[in-house]
Design a protein around this ligand. Structure first.
Ligand SMILES: Nc1ncnc2c1ncn2[C@@H]1O[C@H](COP(=O)(O)OP(=O)(O)OP(=O)(O)O)[C@@H](O)[C@H]1O
Ligand code: SF4
Ligand SMILES: [Mg+2]
Length: 345
C-alpha cells in the first residue's frame, strides 16, 4: 500500500471513530446575571459527558423538570451552556460562527408540532426555508424536487405541500416538522418528546416513521421521551436523568430489562406492561428537589428508598453493571475501572 493510500485509509478510519456529538462536563444554569455570578443559579444540567456515534439511536428519559429539554437545546445550538465542551463531527462548538457552519449537521423536532410551524405558511414554503438557508447553492428546481422527496419520505403526498400549516392534523404537522428537519440531511436529529402531543395511533405511525428514516439515512437520533416502551422499541442506548445528572446508562434493552439504579427501577415499576412479574409501583416520595438547592452527595438521596449515610456525604461514581452499562449509585455491585469512570464524568 502506498503512503497516500494508507494516509487516506487512516483518516477515513479516524472519521469513522469520531462521534457525531461529543459532550464533556456540559452544564446549564438559569438565573439573573447576579445569581449566576455568585453561583446561586438554578442548575438544570450538571456537568454531563457523553458521545453519540454515527447512526446510533440514544434515548434520554427522566421525569418532568429534570433538564432534558435544556440539554437538548444546548446540543442543538439553541442555547449556550454555562460550562463544558461540545463538539459536532469533531469540530468544537464555541461561537455563533461554529454553529452556523454546523447548523446542517444537527436538527431538532419539538414536542408540539403546531407550535413549531408558522400556521400561516404553506407546507412547501416551510420546507423551502431550511433549504434556502443551508443549501444556498441549490436552484428552485432542485429545491422543489427535494421538497417532494421529503414529503413522500414522511408519508405525505405532494399535494400536502400546498396546504397551510393550520389545516394539518397533529400527526400531519409532526410529519411536516420531521420533514423540515431531515430535508437538509442532518447527521443528528434531536427529537424532544415528539409523540406527547399526538394520540396513541398516530404515535405508533411516527415511531415507525422515525425508525424507517433512520434506517434509510443512517443519521443518529437522540430521542427524549417519557415513554419507556418507545425507548425499548427504538433506542440502542439509554441515559436516565434525574435533577440534571445521569443516574444510569447502557444498552436500552439491558437497562430496561435489568435496571440497577433505584431511580431507574422506580421509573420502570410505574410501567407494569414492561416489567414482567412486577405489580406494585415503587412510589417515590416528595417532589423533585429545588434545583437551586440540590441535595449534597447523591442528588437522588432525598427520594431514594435505599438511602444510607454515605449518600449525603459523597457523590457516587459510575459503577459497571452486569448489564454492561453503568449506574451512579454507591450500592451498585461492580466498580467501574477508574479510567472509565473518569472518562464518563
Ligand atoms: N428558560 C428558563 N429559565 C429558567 N428556568 C428554566 C428555563 N427553562 C427551563 N428551566 C428550568 O430548568 C429545569 C429543567 O427544565 P427542562 O425544561 O429542561 O426540563 P425537562 O426535563 O425538559 O422537563 P419536561 O419533561 O417537563 O419537558 C426546570 O426546573 C425548569 O423550570
Ligand atoms: S447513592 Fe444512595 S441515594 Fe443515591 S441512588 Fe444509591 S442508595 Fe440511593
Ligand atoms: Mg422538556
Amino acid at each position: 500500500m502506498d503512503a497516500p493510500q494508507s494516509a487516506r485509509l487512516a483518516s477515513a478510519a479516524a472519521r469513522e471513530r469520531t462521534p457525531v456529538l461529543r459532550a464533556r462536563k456540559l452544564s446549564v444554569h438559569y438565573g439573573s446575571r447576579r445569581e449566576l455570578r455568585r453561583g446561586h443559579g438554578h442548575v438544570a444540567v450538571d456537568g454531563l459527558s457523553f458521545d453519540i456515534a454515527a447512526g446510533e439511536t440514544v434515548g434520554l428519559v427522566g421525569e418532568s423538570g429534570c433538564g432534558k429539554s435544556s440539554l437538548a437545546r444546548v446540543l442543538a445550538g439553541l442555547q449556550q451552556p454555562r460550562q463544558g465542551y461540545l463538539a459536532i463531527q469533531g469540530q468544537t462548538m464555541q461561537s455563533a460562527r461554529d454553529w452556523r457552519q454546523a447548523r446542517r449537521c444537527v436538527q431538532m423536532v419539538f414536542q408540539d408540532p403546531a407550535a413549531s410551524l408558522d400556521p400561516r405558511m404553506r407546507v412547501r414554503s416551510l420546507l423551502e426555508e431550511p433549504l434556502r438557508a443551508l443549501r444556498p447553492e441549490w436552484d428552485a428546481a432542485e429545491r422543489a424536487a427535494k421538497i417532494d422527496e421529503s414529503l413522500r419520505a414522511v408519508g405525505l403526498s405532494v399535494e400536502h405541500g400546498d396546504r397551510h400549516a393550520h389545516r394539518l392534523s397533529g400527526g400531519q404537522a409532526q410529519r411536516v416538522a420531521i420533514a423540515r428537519a431531515i430535508i437538509v440531511a442532518p447527521d443528528l436529529l434531536i427529537c424532544d418528546e415528539p409523540l406527547s402531543a399526538l394520540d396513541v395511533s398516530v404515535q405508533a405511525q411516527i415511531i415507525n416513521l422515525l425508525r424507517e428514516i433512520q434506517q434509510q439515512t443512517g443519521m443518529a437520533l437522540l430521542l427524549i421521551t417519557h415513554d419507556l416502551a418507545v425507548v425499548r422499541a427504538l433506542c440502542d442506548r439509554v441515559y436516565v436523568m434525574y435533577l440534571g445528572s445521569f443516574m444510569e446508562q447502557g444498552r436500552a434493552d439491558d437497562v430496561l430489562a435489568r435496571p440497577a439504579h433505584p431511580y431507574t427501577r422506580a421509573l420502570l415499576s410505574c410501567v407494569p406492561r414492561l416489567e414482567a412479574g412486577e405489580t406494585s409501583p415503587i412510589l417515590l416520595e416528595g417532589e423533585l428537589p429545588d434545583p437551586k438547592n440540590r441535595p449534597s452527595g447523591c442528588v437522588f438521596r432525598t427520594r431514594c428508598p435505599m438511602v444510607d449515610d454515605i449518600c449525603a456525604r459523597s457523590v457516587p461514581d459510575w459503577h459497571r453493571q452486569p448489564h454492561g452499562g453503568y449506574s451512579a449509585c454507591h450500592f451498585a455491585a461492580h466498580q467501574a475501572s477508574p479510567m472509565t469512570a473518569r472518562a464518563m464524568r
